[in-house]
Design a binder for this molecule. Sequence first.
Ligand code: GLP
Length: 244
Amino acid sequence: VIFDESEEASISVAAEIGELIREKAKLSQKAVIGLATGSTPKGVYNELIRLHREEGLSFKNVVTFNLDEYYPMTPDSLQSYVRFMNDHLFDHIDIEKENIHIPDGTLDPVEIQAYCERYEYKIEELGGLDIQILGIGRTGHVGFNEPGSQINSRTRLITLDHITRIDAASDFFGEDFVPRKAITMGVGTIMNADRVILMAWGEGKAEIVKRTVEGEISDTVPATFLQKHPNASIIIDKAAGEEL
Ligand code: GLP
């Protein structure tokens, strides 16, 4: 779906999420939502906050699972995804703290595998993700599933691609300070969501958008696996669609 501007696209994604939350609330059910970080979903979060403040959208029945976190990473660091989510969404809505899940960047290395298995289990226990929103990295990663990630991969510790670390360098005041690893949901975790929305804005994403939509399905561009998802949309602005 191509919108003229990312602002309208973000509003439409937030509207879909808002509708899901309201439908689930009517049925006294939880809405299980997979969230992303980065600049891309900020407009969606702004609109969700507006829906909460101005249109009474409540997040009391919402459970969230974030895609990823750098490793190692303390929650209070400037670059932590915990901090990002609090600043851009959670501090401004009525979500219950115990319903928020973000991979823990402070674990001892020996604890990581069991932690990741529990993360998967918690999602499954709630009946799976109703919706997962995604941005995309220049390497074609979704979450931090870098090239080489398999379609059935699960939440795990990964090594960040060099290009991803270059792209994150400005956030960390230099590439040397960007962590080498991250904990991410797997491609398989994402593929199990009932609905997937991948968003991309701006000409900087045009080439990877073309490879994602028109390219051969392969682990060289993990986002191409979404071509196989029965209910995935890629929502972009004109600039990101320039090469299609
Ligand atoms: C990071 C995140 C991804 C995100 C990507 C793109 O790598 N882990 O989830 O999609 O950045 O970031 P941006 O939205 O800022 O372009």
